[in-house]
Design a protein around this ligand. Structure first.
Ligand code: B12
Ligand code: SF4
Ligand code: SF4
Length: 377
């Protein structure tokens, strides 16, 4: 088999099927990553969304026997919203992070990897492959870094010279020893803009994240949001883009190369009030295809309530009152009680006092007390 020729063909083909960048890495164990993962675990900095088996994470040979190389791919996604609807004083809007714009990126990248797999299998029927995007065992970023897709920025993202950090990553482990690409040198230099701009100080030091403080993580939790983060979350419904937005390497980076990734402005910057009482059916139809809906509607609704509190949107008081009395989920009732207090209309005292009489859930009662305190009661 002429591996060099095959690699060239594969690179050509990747361009035809809409892969914006491709790189090759050896499948040898990721020793440095292992130390890092252990350290992050010891410090309690992990999010819990990572694959728990560290050995598998760092040893591609445990995922695909006789693994020789990893093909890394990157697809650039848009960063600017065309015809963005305006948020007005009584019609406030929330925001889904860019990684949730358009069709779920897992599906888009899997489609490209399936095509690459089929291409390889056609030429080398005995080839062994194993592909993954985000939910696989490997660290997509560590693979991308080794495969020369980009460097690992202080904001933790893989930054490509061509598309900035607005790229999704995926990879395929193979048993063909493709020629490795050359990694890209770190280009952050002395810049610390992302560390300085992070609203919660989640970037402990360049390239090291405390996930528990990261708003991208916090927007995806299902319980009550800790008090200290309730104002910091702003109008974010899912994810956080701050450390990418401030990055000089992302200046002017806005690629619309894939139709599937085009965002529907009404969905990625939706009105907040209708979200509070959206039915399961409507939620599934509208938001189901987005990657940001993977945790269900509860976290997004909780965040929508916090966003209304952030705006002190008095026009939302009737809706908040409705969910305070009618929603079956304590997190939603309790967050609504807190938000009513935060919005700060004295007339709301009566509402909260009535709710206090009726409420039986201990945690919600605590939130009602917090709401009353915010109203100086
Ligand atoms: C868990 C997870 C999260 C967690 C934790 C993120 C984190 N920084 O670890 C949370 C929920 C917070 C999160 C948020 C986001 N995520 Co996320 N997430 C993942 C996931 C599933 C695993 C990441 C992981 O294992 N982290 C553990 C850390 C320790 O390792 P790592 O970052 O993977 O690898 C780097 C470090 O280990 C570092 N390193 C290794 N050794 C050493 C030693 C030293 C001294 C230092 C400084 C660094 C260092 O180098 C590696 C390469 O960069 C990956 C998919 C995957 N399977 O890999 C997506 C992934 C990383 N997420 C992604 C995205 C897009 C995001 C968000 C931008 C989404 C958003 N807009 O809200 C944010 C960005 C937040 C941030 N600043 O990192 C993309 C990143 C694309 C890119 N260009 O880099 C990925 C790759 C998904 C994908 N397939 O596209 N995510
Ligand atoms: S995603 Fe947001 S909260 Fe997380 S590190 Fe970046 S700026 Fe900080
Ligand atoms: S903001 Fe500066 S330090 Fe942070 S990732 Fe971008 S270039 Fe690197």
């Amino acid at each position: 088999m002429d591996i060099q020729a095959l690699q060239k063909e594969l690179i050509e083909y990747s361009k035809e099927i809409g892969i914006d960048k491709i790189g090759f890495a050896s499948a040898s164990p990721f020793e440095e990553l292992k130390d890092r993962l252990v350290k992050q675990q010891e410090l309690g900095y992990q999010s819990g969304f990572e694959e728990p088996d560290i050995e598998k994470r760092v040893n591609p040979g445990l995922i695909l026997p006789k693994a020789k190389s990893i093909i890394a791919i990157a697809l650039a996604y848009p960063s600017k919203l065309k015809d963005a609807p305006r948020s007005t004083r009584t019609e406030r809007r929330g925001l889904f992070a860019r990684a949730s714009w358009g069709q779920d990126y897992h599906d888009v990248l899997r489609d490209r990897l399936n095509k690459l797999e089929a291409f390889l299998i056609e030429r080398v029927p005995a080839v062994k492959v194993k592909s993954m995007v985000d939910t696989g065992e490997l660290s997509d970023r560590a693979v991308a870094e080794r495969a020369g897709i980009g460097w690992s920025g202080k904001n933790c993202s893989i930054i490509t010279p061509e598309f900035g950090s607005y790229v999704y990553l995926g990879e395929m482990i193979t048993n063909i020893p493709f020629e490795p690409s050359t990694p890209i040198e770190d280009q952050c230099g002395s810049c610390t803009k992302c560390i300085d701009a992070c609203p919660t100080g989640a970037i402990v030091q360049g390239g090291q994240l405390d996930s528990n403080k990261c708003i991208a993580f916090l927007t995806q939790t299902k319980g009550f949001l800790a008090d200290e983060y309730r104002e910091k979350i702003g109008n974010r419904l899912y994810g956080c883009d701050t450390c990418q937005l401030v990055c000089p390497k992302n200046k002017g980076m806005d690629f619309h190369l894939h139709e599937e990734m085009e965002p529907d402005p009404e969905l990625v910057k939706p009105l907040l009030k209708p979200l509070l009482t959206i039915s399961n059916k409507e939620w599934k139809e509208k938001f189901g295809p987005m990657s940001g809906s993977w945790r269900g509607k509860k976290p997004i609704q909780r965040n929508a309530i916090l966003a209304l509190a952030h705006y002190k949107d008095e026009s939302a008081l009737p809706e908040l009152q409705t969910i305070l009395f009618k929603d079956s989920r304590p997190v939603i009732r309790g967050t609504a009680a807190w938000a009513i207090g935060k919005i700060g209309k004295q007339e709301s005292v009566q509402t909260l006092l009535v709710a206090k009489e009726k409420e039986t859930d201990g945690e919600v009662l605590k939130e009602i007390e917090k709401g009353l305190k915010l109203l100086n009661m």
